[in-house]
Design a protein around this ligand. Structure first.
Ligand SMILES: Nc1ncnc2c1ncn2[C@@H]1O[C@H](COP(=O)(O)OP(=O)(O)OP(=O)(O)O)[C@@H](O)[C@H]1O
Ligand SMILES: [Mg+2]
Length: 335
């Protein structure tokens, strides 16, 4: 178990993380999510030992690890840039840490080959210089190099963000399988909400040096506890007074029309609306074709609305069309 207790981290006078309290359970895939500069890397580096908090404690299995040097913490780390030894071949890169530990040669060999197979590196690739590998393959090497040391905790800082979109999705699946298989407690840093939702057991959302919310992907998405989290984790509509008053009138919803309301874009229905929904007419003013779905932008009540329609070959609105939209009061979030 990892516990951040009242942790504050400063760079000079600048507070990069204030008063963090957070617990990560054994075997968990735990993600730090938030926009650039919110303090994700800082928080991770404090655990690994590259920097020292200005206040508080970080406990691993009940022991404060802050006085323990980096190399004795038993934490593996993979970065966005692969940080491999460029002049060594793949085999030597993976074997490096084991050799530093003075492990017997035949055991090193066994472990390197086993882990290479686990991360889908071939025998042939093991003999290649790392520079001759693609980005995705290099990131597999970086992962193998960290995991071969059997760390108690694995820290991954945006390991997929240098890869192209398709490969990112592919490696994301492999990473999840590997983590499940090895059951290593994993801390994962990303600013990509889709990555966080698909990979994590739980997510911590940070904003501007502060923890905003911790929860499962489902909880964070469906029960966001602030406008920031709600907006960051998905695509939302902001409802002004006009539409809120209309929903109140049609559904006796009793919403506070002095506060902004938020509805996820996939919960503004053009069809198959939920029972008890309010209906209103809106004009299509723009559309973005996305292959699997189309995102529509509408206008009504002096504001814009977004929704998505699956491209099932049935629905296809044109600019200028008037469409009946439906919103259920149950899908409205106010903070
Ligand atoms: N060595 C440093 N000296 C001074 N300020 C720093 C240092 N490293 C980071 N910061 C500042 O601390 C804040 C948090 O930085 P951090 O790198 O933790 O953000 P991040 O969430 O990882 O962002 P990104 O998604 O861009 O990697 C930022 O405002 C950053 O400018
Ligand atoms: Mg970072």
């Amino acid at each position: 178990m990892i516990e951040y207790k009242d942790v504050e981290i400063k760079y000079g006078d600048f507070v990069a993380m204030e008063d963090l309290n957070l617990t990560v359970n054994d075997g968990e895939f735990f993600t730090f999510l938030g926009p650039s500069g919110c303090g994700k890397t800082t928080t991770l580096r404090a655990l690994v030992g590259f920097l020292t908090p200005t206040r508080g404690e970080i406990l691993v299995d009940g022991q404060n690890i802050i006085p323990i040097p980096v190399e004795k913490r038993g934490i593996g780390m993979v970065f966005q840039s692969y940080a491999l030894f460029p002049t060594m071949n793949v085999y030597d890169n993976i074997a490096y840490g084991l050799r530093v530990k003075k492990m017997a040669k035949d055991l090193v060999d066994k472990k390197v080959r086993e882990i290479a197979e686990t991360v889908a590196l071939t025998e042939e690739q093991l003999t290649k210089p790392v520079a001759a590998l693609s980005g995705g393959q290099q990131q597999r090497v970086a992962l193998a190099r960290a995991v071969v040391l059997e760390p108690k905790i694995l820290c991954l800082d945006e390991p997929l963000s240098n890869l192209d979109a398709k490969l990112r999705v592919e490696l994301r699946g492999e990473l999840k399988r590997l983590q499940r298989q090895l059951k290593i407690t994993t801390l994962y840093v990303t600013h990509d909400q889709e990555e966080a939702l698909t990979l994590s057991d739980r997510i911590a959302v940070f904003n501007n040096g502060r923890l905003e919310q911790v929860g499962t992907p489902y909880e964070i998405y469906n029960n966001s506890n602030s406008e920031f989290v709600c907006d960051f984790i998905g695509d939302i509509n902001r409802f002004g007074r006009g539409i809120i008053d209309e929903i109140n009138q049609q559904c006796q919803a009793g919403l506070d029309d002095t506060k902004t309301a938020f509805v996820r874009i996939e919960r503004v229905y053009g069809q198959n609306e939920k029972p008890g929904s309010a209906a209103f007419a809106a004009k299509v003013i723009d559309k973005e074709y996305n292959g699997i779905y189309t995102k529509y932008i509408y206008e009504a009540f002096g504001q814009t609305f977004k929704n998505i329609e699956k491209n099932d070959g049935v629905v296809d609105h044109n600019l200028g069309d008037t469409v009946q939209l439906h919103v259920s009061p149950a899908d409205i979030m106010q903070f």
